[in-house]
Ligand binder design. Structure first.
Ligand SMILES: NC(=O)c1ccc[n+]([C@@H]2O[C@H](COP(=O)([O-])OP(=O)(O)OC[C@H]3O[C@@H](n4cnc5c(N)ncnc54)[C@H](O)[C@@H]3O)[C@@H](O)[C@H]2O)c1
Length: 262
């Protein structure tokens, strides 16, 4: 096992479930102390409790709503008090909203922009001061930040905004030795989707992560959380030391083709 995160502190927003949990587990296995920053306090505690057995020297759960600046300020205080530093910040937490703009309200716009875009700026504001030379920020956007689709206009707009923010933050903080990159996942099957299907009385077809006719992208399937977490962890690590302001697309080729390939 390569240990790229020995003596490092990694903060993962939305780190208690889905892609974020897979990131928490991967960096733990490579020696990181992990701050699991999640709105779901019980799940954050449960995830953090599992990380030492994987290899994390320490794992600290923190209840944070990334849309709330007071919560992010408090998160920075915990990081300062517990570790005195943050080596990598994974901005992974996000809200979802469905429907076209004709169904959006001013309130829904403000809420999703706060949760998905302003949050990235706010974690940067409060955590970059704790990052040493060599620090790394990974912003989780979406394939639909660069490719259009029907049904999630507000969400997709925030994910496009994250890309602009990523590039400009990369410019602003390069002199301090901090790299800033984005990962653009394609459709990825997480517990969220399984729980949503269950709540709606639908059966979720787990075979969507295997190639199937009409499946998304070139690979004609959805991704697994671990398949998104690995590129995130790569960008967070020193293996990506010459990469900043860039976009990495673990999306099964979704953004490389137009429409379904069969
Ligand atoms: N799963 C996909 O198909 C997919 C595709 C493209 C992009 N993404 C992006 O990947 C990231 C992770 O998605 P996922 O599918 O693993 O999500 P998920 O719903 O499975 O997990 C998200 C985690 O974030 C937490 N969270 C949600 N809102 C929060 C907030 N305001 N503050 C703090 N924590 C909050 C939740 O409690 C949960 O633990 C998101 O940025 C999402 O937009 C996901």
């Amino acid at each position: 096992m390569i240990m790229r995160f020995t003596d490092k502190v990694v903060v993962v927003s939305g780190g208690a479930a889905g892609i974020g949990r897979a990131v928490s587990e991967l960096v733990a296995a490579e020696g990181a102390s992990v701050v699991v920053a999640d709105r779901d306090e019980a799940l954050a505690r449960e995830t953090a409790a599992a990380l030492p057995s994987l290899g994390a020297p320490r794992a600290v759960p923190v209840r944070v709503d990334v849309a709330v600046e007071e919560d992010i300020r408090a998160l920075a205080e915990v990081c300062r008090a517990e570790f005195g530093r943050v080596d990598a910040l994974i901005n992974n937490a996000a809200a979802r909203l469905w429907g076209p703009v004709t169904e959006a309200t001013l309130e829904s716009w403000h809420q999703i922009i706060a949760a998905n875009l302003i949050s990235v700026g706010l974690t940067g504001k409060h955590l970059i001061p704790l990052m040493p030379d060599g620090g790394s920020i990974v912003n989780v956007s979406s394939a639909n930040g660069i490719v259009g689709r029907k049904g999630m206009a507000q969400y997709d707009a925030t994910k496009a905004g994250v890309l602009g923010l990523t590039r400009s933050m990369a410019c602003d903080h390069a002199e301090a030795g901090i790299r800033v990159n984005a990962v653009l996942p394609g459709p990825t099957l997480t517990d969220f989707h399984k729980n949503r299907a269950q709540a709606e009385g639908r059966e979720i077809d787990l075979a969507v992560t295997r190639p199937h006719p009409g499946g998304p992208g070139i690979l004609r399937r959805q991704g697994l959380p671990i398949e998104i977490a690995k590129p995130i962890v790569f960008l967070a690590s020193d293996d990506a030391s010459y990469m900043t302001g860039t976009l990495l697309s673990p999306d099964g080729g979704l953004s490389a083709v137009s429409g379904h390939i069969g």
